[in-house]
Structure formats: C-alpha cells, structure tokens
Design a protein around this ligand. Structure first.
Ligand code: GDP
Ligand code: MG
Length: 318
C-alpha cells in the first residue's frame, strides 16, 4: 500500500531522501495529493535561507553550486539543491551533466540534490519549484539552493521566490554586456564573475559594478570573483551570502520582500488555476464550436465573441 500523505510528511520532516524525492514529484506532476501535502508541509517551512544561482549557460553555475555546497557543509549546514534547466526539456543533456557533476554530494546524508525539468509550462515549473523549496526547507535543509538558466520568465519567477539571487557571469566575449541587456541587473543581489583562472576578471567586475546602484534598504550588490574549477573565492561568496542574509533580516527587507513574494505567488497561482478551469468551461459550452465557426467565417469578430464568452462565464458564476 502506498504511504498516506501524513506518513509521507513525517518522512519528509525527518529528511529522508526517498520521501523528499517522492514529495517533490507529487508537486511537480501536481498529483492528487499535492494540495494536501502542501497543507501539511507549509506550516513547517519558512526557516531556510533560499538562494538562487542564475546566469547564462556555461558560466559555471553548476560547478559553483557544487563548491558552495562544500563550503556550507564545512560550516556544518545541511544543504538542499534544485537544478532547474529548461534546456533539458529538449535535450536532456544539460540535466544529465548537472546530475553527474553534482553526484558526489548526492551520496552524503546532509545534502539533497534534485533536478526539475520544465514540462513546457514556465508558470507550472516556478510553482513546482516554490513548493519543492518548501519541502527541502521543512526537511531542515538550510540553505536551499536553486540553479536556473538565463533570465526568462521562470528565472524571474524563481528569483522572486528566493531570498538571495546570485548572478553568475564570466569575462569572455563581452558576455557581461549581453547578460545585462538580458535583464540580470534587476534580479541580482550578488554578482559573481566566475572562471577567474582563465581571464583576469577586473575589467568585467568593474563594468558590472558601475551598472549597479545602492538599493533603498542600503544594500549594494557586491561583485565577486571565483574560480569554481580551483575553488577560489567560494568562501568569500558564502561569507557575502551570509552577510546579505543578516542584512535583509536586520533591515526588515526580508519581511517586506516576503510579503511581495507571497502576493505575487497568490496572484499567479490563483490565476493559473482559474485560467485552467475557465478554458475547460469555455470549451465545454454547447455553443463553443458554433461560436468558433462564426468567427472563422467572419460572421462575428473575435472581440465581440470573447466578450460574449466572458459574459456567459460570469452568468454561470451567478
Ligand atoms: N576554467 C574554468 N572552467 C570552469 C569554471 N567553472 C566551470 N567551468 C567549466 O565550464 C563548463 C560549464 O560549467 P557548468 O558548471 O556546467 O556551467 P553552467 O551551465 O553555468 O551550469 C564546464 O566545462 C566546467 O568545467 C572555472 O571557474 N574555471
Ligand atoms: Mg548548470
């Protein structure tokens, strides 16, 4: 017999890896018990410091997360990691690479690493990721780290979920300029120029820093250099992350940001459920095909047809 959601929750709270994987799968597939599971998990979450690593492909995010796990382990912390890579939906290659690279940690008791693949729906992935973070948080992982690629919708949504966003860049081919055009400036709380063993990062660091302003709460996003290959600069990164954690706690910005995050999540989640229900209801109407036909034949314009549909839905809601 499959364990009940209550039993599963007990195992999750003990940090058992198999239970964590199962619970995350349930949130990922939005299985029947996903709502019930979150009802039990949520009250036990909210303790972890959550960190997002994002940036263009190939800058060394996975490698850096690896070293960051090591550094946190040295400091006696239990670490949860979610690797989200939209490209894996097409090739699976990146994901597999990440998995292999992070493998040495997966065997450790106090490190849990899980890849989450996009199922084509960015909103759905962000939703699953938020709940997966809560599962690792409730299991006592602190910090919980999320790796994403690029600055697309999912990344921005994930960035608005975590406490701290680390933007990972490297100094090659003027990438940093492109990266900034791609919208990383807005989402970064800390910036890292990785692969400092290959190219002297000073110029890139300067360019990035000069594009950053001090925030309202007094935080100026630091620009750090690392070599994930050699492990240099990683302790400094973790120090900076902990400094940021302290800063947002002391300046009340964590609380303020948390409120904004919850508001965004509630709107997105309710909207997404509402959207799905509405599509079903619209298409379920007896006149649906007829209406589509009429628009197709230019007998009714789409604007009029849509407003007619909206009126009908409202009437159904009574
Ligand atoms: N020389 C050097 N190579 C690195 C460094 N960090 C990562 N790499 C290499 O860059 C490639 C991409 O790294 P990966 O961590 O997968 O990047 P991601 O796509 O951002 O997750 C791999 O071949 C890594 O071994 C670094 O600090 N120095
Ligand atoms: Mg990666």
């Amino acid at each position: 017999m499959a364990p009940s959601v209550e039993e599963l929750t007990q195992h999750v709270l003990k940090g058992e890896h198999r239970a964590l994987a199962k619970a995350i799968s349930i949130m990922e597939t939005r299985g029947q018990s996903s709502r019930q599971l979150m009802k039990l998990i949520y009250p036990r979450s909210g303790n972890a410091f959550t960190i997002g690593f994002t940036g263009p492909t190939g800058t060394g995010k996975s490698s850096l997360v690896d070293k960051t796990i090591e550094e946190y382990r040295k400091r006696g912390r239990r670490v949860g990691v979610l690797a989200i890579d939209p490209s894996s939906a097409f090739t699976g290659g990146a994901l597999l690479g990440d998995r292999v690279r992070m493998m040495e940690h997966t065997l450790e008791k106090d490190v849990f690493i899980r890849s989450m693949a996009s199922r084509g729906d960015a909103g759905g992935l962000a939703r699953a990721a938020r709940n997966a973070i809560r599962i690792l948080d409730a299991a006592g992982m602190d910090p919980v780290i999320v790796e994403t690629v690029g600055a697309g919708q999912t990344e921005v949504q994930v960035a608005t979920t975590v406490d701290a966003t680390v933007v990972v860049l490297m100094s090659q081919l003027g990438d940093e300029v492109q990266a900034f055009k791609a919208g990383f400036t807005e989402i970064g709380d800390l910036f890292v120029v990785n692969k400092s063993d290959l190219v002297n990062p000073s110029k890139t660091m300067y360019n990035i820093a000069s594009g950053l302003k001090q925030r309202e709460d007094g935080w100026r996003p630091p620009v750090l250099k690392t070599s994930a290959l050699k492990g240099t600069g990683v302790a400094g990164l973790v120090d900076a992350l902990e400094k940021y954690r302290k800063h947002i706690d002391e300046h009340g910005s964590r609380e303020k940001m948390a409120r904004a995050k919850i508001e965004a999540e509630l709107v997105e989640t309710a909207y997404s459920d509402f959207y799905r229900e509405t599509v079903d209801r619209l298409k379920g109407q007896k006149d649906w095909d007829l209406l589509v036909d009429r628009v197709l034949k230019h007998q009714v314009d789409p604007e009029t047809a849509a407003s007619q549909l909206a009126r009908t839905i409202r009437k159904l809601d009574g």
